[in-house]
Design a protein around this ligand. Structure first.
Ligand code: SAH
Ligand code: SF4
Ligand code: F3S
Length: 513
């Protein structure tokens, strides 16, 4: 941690237990609230790689008689952070529980992307008031993206005194110290660094499942789309070193994992921050292609940095699957400009054209925001027409939500809610229509399905995903769970396919891993 980062360490209030303070060499004594303004300042600070993460031995028995519960909101990045925190809890001796009422520590890993995401968290926190009343010894913590917002921290301080600790996205590796402090302190413990330039390796993880795994390839985002809070809550772009990623994925392959999703807010910027080597996402994918693991995906792509070399590598297929999630946000060049997306409608279409040329059967999916400030009916129609022209197979669609501290939040939010809702409805109708059409095209085809387990709705049916991320439900023997099967598609719905099991893919036979 450098001097500037230390300044953003924080702890609130004077502790009532003065002795406790002496134990706590890990905390600064001055309370500095998290600041989106500070978070925005990006320099060319060097990125430090800490490859030697280790839990202080004095904390190792902290959880021996205690249970933890983590509730996760938001994107895959948060899901994966939860896996890391669960790993730390286990190393501290804690036991996981699915029942919030029997937990000794409850964490809410939060998302700040839209107002309704935040409201869900505040609603959940409200419920925990009773839990704290019934069991005052339980520790309640708030972490994730909302903790990085000064207004949220202030609101929690004012209104949610059932909370014992707040820590930020840059601080999860400090969970042992934060828990220790919370046990000793009577005050709310707050540790949120506004800036963090480091990459911490060798963090423990408890992965959710044994078939698919997430692997971070980079952290943060420097794109600063005008509506988006992520560059403030997740900090500047920092890429993990290729050798660390490759080693992690080799290890997952050796453990029998069948699919890896590479994670980053803007994976196409991977490697831009390396000062000593010229190695980008295309190079990484080319190296990962040679690892003996059946499927590799990545999310999320920003169209701006999607280069020709990457397309060339993806066209080699093998374990690189034919699904590209490529958020467009709007089909109108002037809207894209207001959003600071740094590409035009035409440039986006050109990129789609290049991808289709190299990978004609690639499934393209996207994210779209409707009702951004000043969006006219005509501009919205451009989004509709772009959607049809590209022929997206699926989209996550959102009504624009102003986020405090972002440039768009200073623009007048001048589109009436009914208009936004109408636009969303029309767009969703088109999304459904094209999804159903994409599904219909699978009728009669034989697809490869990574079988994940029994269908949630029917225990006699197996469920899994195609290389293009389509959900397939089919009947087949339970022994093929965790394998890749060839399935003949016999019926299609808007959001899923139905089929018949043919055989397990060569090399994936039952008993062979
Ligand atoms: N890094 C990813 C996006 C992460 S957020 C990318 O750039 O593709 C996921 C999606 O949430 C975004 O693509 C966008 O469509 C939506 N989103 C982000 N901020 C939003 C806001 N303020 N209001 C509404 N939707 C938003
Ligand atoms: Fe947000 Fe844009 Fe970064 Fe995606 S690329 S996380 S939308 S700022
Ligand atoms: Fe939400 Fe943070 Fe992810 S704001 S979408 S949890 S990066």
């Amino acid at each position: 941690m450098n001097e500037e980062q230390r300044l953003h360490s924080s702890q609130v209030g004077e502790k009532k237990n003065k002795d406790a303070k002496d134990y706590s060499l890990y905390f600064e004594s001055v309370y500095v609230p998290p600041s989106l303004k500070e978070a925005k300042k990006r320099g060319k600070e060097e990125i430090n790689y800490h490859k030697d993460f280790e839990i202080d031995p004095k904390f190792l028995n902290m959880g021996d008689t205690r249970k933890f519960f983590i509730r996760t909101f938001g994107c895959q990045m948060n899901e994966h952070d939860t896996e890391v925190m669960a790993g730390i809890f286990l190393q501290l001796g804690y036991t996981p529980t699915e029942d919030v009422k029997e937990a000794n520590v409850i964490l809410l890993n939060t998302c700040a992307i839209r107002e309704n995401a935040e409201n869900k968290v505040f609603g959940e926190l409200g419920h925990y008031k009773n839990i704290k009343r019934d069991n005052p010894d339980v520790l309640i913590g708030v972490c994730g993206c909302m903790s990085q917002e000064e207004s949220v921290v202030n609101k929690i301080l004012k209104t949610y005194n059932q909370v014992d600790m707040i820590f930020g996205t840059h601080n999860i590796h400090r969970l042992p110290e934060i828990l220790n402090e919370a046990y000793l302190s009577k005050e709310m413990v707050i540790e949120v660094w506004s800036k963090e330039g480091d990459v911490i390796e060798n963090l423990p993880k408890v992965r959710h499942g044994k078939i698919k795994a997430w692997v971070n390839i980079m952290y943060g985002c420097d794109k600063f789309c005008t509506y988006c809070i992520v560059p403030y809550t997740r900090g500047k772009e920092r890429s993990r070193r290729p050798e660390d990623i490759i080693q992690e994925i080799r290890h997952l392959a050796a453990q029998g994992y069948k699919e890896v999703t590479l994670l980053g807010q803007n994976v196409n910027a991977y490697g831009k921050d390396f000062t000593d080597l010229s190695y980008r996402l295309g190079d990484l994918m080319n190296d990962l292609r040679q690892i003996d693991i059946p499927r590799i995906r990545f999310t999320t792509s920003h169209p701006r940095d999607f280069d020709d070399h990457l397309i060339e590598v993806l066209a080699k297929r093998g374990n690189l699957v034919e699904h590209i999630h490529l958020p467009v946000q709007s089909g109108s060049t002037s809207m894209l400009k207001l959003m600071a997306r740094k590409y035009s409608r035409e440039q986006y279409l050109e990129l789609v054209h290049k991808i289709r040329k190299a990978l004609p059967d690639a499934a393209l999916t996207t994210d779209i925001i409707v009702g951004f400030p000043n969006e006219t009916d005509e501009q919205f129609e451009e989004t509709m027409s772009l959607y049809e022209e590209v022929g997206f197979e699926l989209a996550y669609t959102y009504i624009y939500s102003p986020r405090e501290g972002t440039p768009a939040a200073r623009m007048e939010d001048n589109i009436p809610m009914e208009v936004k809702k109408e636009r969303l409805q029309r767009l969703n109708n088109l999304v459904n229509e094209l999804s159903a059409k994409a599904m219909d095209a699978y009728e009669g085809q034989i697809v490869e399905v990574l079988v994940e387990g029994e269908s949630k709705k029917n225990k006699d049916v197996l469920a899994g995903y195609t290389r293009t991320s389509k959900l397939v439900n089919f009947t087949g023997p339970k022994e093929i769970i965790g394998k890749i099967a060839r399935v003949k598609i016999t019926n299609t719905k808007t959001w899923s396919l139905g089929g018949e099991f043919i055989e397990v893919l060569a090399g994936q036979e039952v008993g062979v891993t």
